[in-house]
Design a protein. Structure first.
Length: 56
């Protein structure tokens, strides 16, 4: 599976593969990955905002 397809599935932009295994551990792993990606994006936005405000 490609990285772009995985990201689309994590953010519910694309439906999951119906043939993929459905185990609780996979669901937990994907949930943790969603949380970490969301936190990373929030941190990047905060850094960009700080850099813009520091220039003034």
């Amino acid at each position: 599976m490609g990285i772009w397809r995985q990201l689309q599935e994590y953010f519910y932009l694309k439906k999951r593969d119906p043939n993929a295994p459905h185990t609780p551990w996979m669901r937990y792993m994907h949930g943790i990955n969603r949380i970490s990606l969301f936190m990373f994006l929030v941190a990047i936005v905060i850094i960009i905002v700080k850099l813009i405000l520091m220039k003034k």
